[in-house]
Ligand binder design. Structure first.
Ligand code: FE2
Ligand code: FE2
Length: 313
């Protein structure tokens, strides 16, 4: 696995914070039916991991280090600091409203709007950092600076959590999402036909075999393909659909993927006037359990001929 950089570290923090924000927003939308202990846990996570841990990494280590390396003092960093202050004020107020709800049974009527304002501020803040400030800052830091910052960040996490903090909070957020149904499924909202058309729009041919080696899907069903496929392969094992002379390779790739010895494989061949690149990727669930294999076939001849840059349409 590639080692984590100081920016991966900050961006991973952001992704956990964003997942908590989405759950908090969902709870706020329930108004009086809010699941109060979940809301408390989320506010607590946002205060401790989001502010005391993540914002502290930025305020005490990252921002000062950028300034030391010549990053302009006025401008983005000042705005980021103001927004951190804003986040803190919102969180304190929201926490107070939850305490009152617990004591009186009544949720302050401003709670919902306050959550929306807080979530918008924080989401925007994260976007500005990920897309503007971090890329800008990168230009002022070399690899050594990055390694130094990464160590400093880890020390802050360790001070608070006695470990790197990320893994345990990832588990916390994942568990809360399972209980509260907070995970955003981006594909869920897309009509099936759009998903199919998205896959067909890619300049590659895709096939999928499941964990039992059964062919389940191929893209561009009605189009001319580099390797012809017909509906009769669906439901059959991949071994039944491959030329005999290459079946041993297919078997080897699949068994190594199932044994976690391999995540991908690639081949390239001359094919008429085309240069075909064939790659295989293991599909796994979030815990690493093998779910099948995707085959991707593409003619990369046009890409091999590219030179220089193309920056305009
Ligand atoms: Fe920040
Ligand atoms: Fe941040």
């Amino acid at each position: 696995m590639e080692s984590q950089t100081y920016l991966d570290h900050l961006i991973n923090d952001h992704s956990l914070i964003e997942r908590a924000l989405i759950m908090l927003e969902k709870q706020a939308n329930k108004r009086e039916d809010i699941y109060i202990s979940l809301a408390f846990t989320l506010i607590d996570f946002l205060e401790v991991y989001g502010d005391s841990c993540h914002n502290r990494k930025e305020e005490e280590k990252y921002f000062p280090y950028l300034l030391k390396k010549g990053f302009p003092p006025m401008g983005p960093i000042r705005v980021m600091l103001e927004e951190h202050d804003g986040e803190r004020k919102y969180l304190a107020e929201l926490k107070q409203m939850l305490i009152e709800k617990e004591q009186t049974g009544i949720l302050n009527e401003n709670f919902h709007n306050l959550v929306i304002d807080y979530v918008n501020l924080t989401k925007n803040h994260i976007w500005k950092e990920n897309d503007i400030l971090y890329p800008m800052g990168k230009k002022f830091l070399n690899q050594q600076d990055g390694e130094y910052l990464q160590k400093e960040f880890e020390e802050i996490s360790f001070e608070i959590y006695k470990d790197n903090g990320y893994q345990r909070n990832l588990r916390l957020i994942s568990t809360l999402e399972k209980q509260a149904g907070g995970r955003v499924n981006m594909l869920e909202v897309l009509p099936y036909e759009v998903i199919q058309n998205m896959l067909d729009a890619l300049p590659v041919e895709l096939s999928f075999v499941d964990e039992n080696d059964i062919v389940r899907y191929y893209s561009k069903q009605d189009e001319k393909k580099i390797f012809t496929r017909s509906l009769s392969v669906i439901g059959r094992t991949v071994q039944q659909c491959h030329p005999q002379k290459s079946v041993h390779l297919v078997n080897q790739i699949l068994s190594e993927m199932k044994d976690n010895q391999r995540d991908n494989a690639e081949f390239w061949i001359n094919f008429g006037d085309k240069f075909i690149y064939i790659s295989y990727f293991a599909v796994r669930d979030k815990l690493g359990k093998y779910q099948g294999c995707i085959e991707m076939v593409q003619d990369i001849k046009p890409y091999r001929e590219l030179q220089g840059e193309k920056r305009l349409i």
